[in-house]
Design a binder for this molecule. Structure first.
Ligand code: FES
Length: 570
């Protein structure tokens, strides 16, 4: 933890008028108009980064949570000041929230730096909000604590539990296959998201919440309480109180985040069989802290840590089951032998000290398993290399079909997500269950890296009972999705990566055990194709232009090169 220094309060980051005392006088005058008196202005200031938005149903109950954080700050003697930032919801932002993660990170960092605050509470939830806010706070290096909105409660369809969005996809696939009619799919649609909160399976939002708790940037037990629950509110109050303590201790992220803090987060990522998106987000967050995580780090941790949490999409339960079984503290207790207990965090105690007081998961539950009786063996996530991905790719083994993990098939290529939509159900498309679907130009530069990687199974094959095929792409896939999908192929097609050279009918070979994904075409022929390549142009203006010119490749976290440390370039 950092050396103690007095919080600077309202006089931190003074507006520049060329006269310091005038700047203070002006600040007091305008805050007086907002009802703050001398006594208020002597307190440490806790900024609250608020991502409430009508465009973000996952954050619908955030205003109540913000009030709870404010109460905690006031109780501890601080002054809470809420400020708005962008808000990103996965299903209401086009073409993809990933295009805007770095913009949210940049806006949040700039506002933390520009406004007076001795600590910040980061209010997030939906997928990109949590990593973006943490990237910001790590770079700004102010005391920071993460609070999430929490997962939705589970829904129900004709007696069967329902969870967004693993079951969204399962039922949609059944509907496309003709097994669910219009009325039935409408009934499912109305039951998938029964409450406010984030997706209630181990999708990206829940994965990032669990990883953040393991990293030490959230109070223990903060990742899993459902949205609207009393313990969700109590976590918010406690986080507000703790933020004042962090401000007084000057406990900036740089004083406690280490490589092993991130390795602890990777351990939890493997144990929950979390979203592949977390690979990109944790890499970007670590890079902001000057720590280089590689795909091999993720592979290595995954190869020794089994899946311990029975949660969809890799398992059968939901986030409320995980929460009721003890949540992340119970999981960390099981993982204690493989964690670095000396790591510290916002709670102000080492992980080891906290785990000494933590209870082991009860024998009455089956959601959090022991190391001896896991949900699945180690290896839920694998990093692949090969002629189709010289800089690496990832596959979520735990969500794949075992018989497809070693597969050779011929390519059916889609140039973009739009091309996919236009042709996937074309009756003249030459495709069979052995084909390998390729989606390209969907990486960070090509399209902002949408979650389009889990390509829809063609209707014709779906109606014959085909539920999975090998897919290869430079796109991402939702953490709630399942299938044998090779993701994040680097270098991406838009920069001339090998994915850009694939043609319909080319043989592609996946060998997960050997960690290979190969395009089986004569190198001389690939050189000929490379010479003919016309690279797509990037958008002409605005954020999309800045993003296209500066975004780093997926294996480096897809941050902007000018926000990452100096020695990282694309
Ligand atoms: Fe917001 Fe899933 S759409 S968490």
């Amino acid at each position: 933890m950092g050396k103690k220094k007095q919080p600077e309060g309202i006089y931190k980051n003074l507006t520049s008028y060329g006269d310091v005392e005038f700047s203070k006088y002006m600040r007091r005058a305008f805050l007086a108009a907002a009802g703050y008196d001398e006594e208020d202005l002597e307190r440490p200031i806790v900024g609250i980064a608020d991502t409430s938005s009508d465009y973000n149903p996952c954050h619908r109950q955030m205003p109540e949570l913000v009030d709870a954080v404010k109460r905690g700050v006031l109780e501890a003697g601080g002054l809470p000041l809420v400020f708005p930032t962008l808000s990103l919801n996965e299903v209401l932002v086009s073409p993809t929230t990933m295009l805007y993660r770095n913009l949210l990170a940049m806006v949040t960092e700039e506002m933390i730096r520009a406004q007076p605050m001795d600590a910040v509470v980061l209010m997030g939830g939906c997928d990109k909000t949590v990593p973006a806010q943490l990237m910001a706070a790590i770079s700004a290096d102010v005391p920071a604590i993460s609070v999430v909105t929490g997962p939705m409660m589970t829904g129900s369809f004709r007696g069967e539990p329902l969870g967004a969005c693993t079951d969204c996809r399962r039922f949609w696939a059944e509907h496309r296959a003709g097994e669910l009619d219009e009325l039935e799919i409408r009934e499912v649609e109305q039951s998938l998201c029964p409450t406010a909160g984030t997706c209630m399976v181990m999708g990206t939002a829940s994965t990032m919440a669990c990883a953040t708790e393991a990293l030490g940037m959230m109070l223990p037990g903060g990742a899993t309480p459902p949205s609207g629950a009393g313990d969700r509110l109590r976590n918010a109050v406690a986080s507000g109180r703790r933020a004042v303590g962090l401000a007084k201790a000057d406990a900036r992220p740089s004083t406690f985040l280490t490589r092993n803090s991130f390795m602890n987060a990777l351990t939890v990522l493997s144990a929950v069989s979390g979203s592949t998106n977390a690979v990109i987000h944790l890499t970007a967050m670590a890079l902001r802290a000057g720590i280089r995580l590689t795909l091999d780090d993720f592979h290595e941790v995954s190869s020794r840590v089994p899946v311990l949490v029975d949660c969809k999409p890799a398992g059968s339960g939901y986030m409320e089951d995980f929460h009721n079984a003890g949540g992340v503290p119970a999981l960390l207790k099981v993982l204690e032998p493989v964690l670095d207990g000396s790591c510290e965090g916002v709670a102000g105690r080492s992980l080891g000290e906290m785990l000494a007081d933590a209870a082991s998961p009860g024998s009455w539950q089956s959601t959090v398993r022991s190391l001896d009786e896991p949900v699945a063996p180690p290896g839920a996530l694998a990093a692949l290399y090969g002629s189709l991905a010289p800089d690496g790719a990832v596959i979520k083994v735990a969500a794949a079909t075992p018989s497809l993990l070693r597969h050779r098939g011929t390519a059916v290529v889609f140039e973009s997500a739009e091309d996919l939509v236009n042709r996937i159900d074309d009756p003249s498309l030459s495709i069979d269950p052995e084909s390998v679907l390729v989606l390209r130009n969907a990486g960070p530069i090509g399209a902002g890296m949408p979650e389009a990687g889990c390509l829809t199974i063609p209707k014709r094959l779906a109606s014959q009972g085909v539920r999975d095929m090998v897919r290869v792409t430079d796109a991402r896939m939702s953490g709630t999705a399942f299938g044998t999908v090779v993701l994040h192929c680097c270098p991406e097609a838009a920069t001339g990566g090998p994915l850009a050279l694939v043609r319909d009918g080319d043989p592609i070979e996946l060998d997960t055990k050997e960690r290979r994904i190969d395009l089986c075409v004569d190198p001389a022929e690939l050189d000929r194709r490379r010479a003919e390549l016309v690279q797509p142009s990037i958008p002409k203006r605005g954020w999309a232009n800045l993003h296209g010119r500066s975004v780093l490749p997926a294996h480096l976290g897809a941050d902007m090169d000018f926000l990452a440390p100096d020695n990282i370039s694309r």
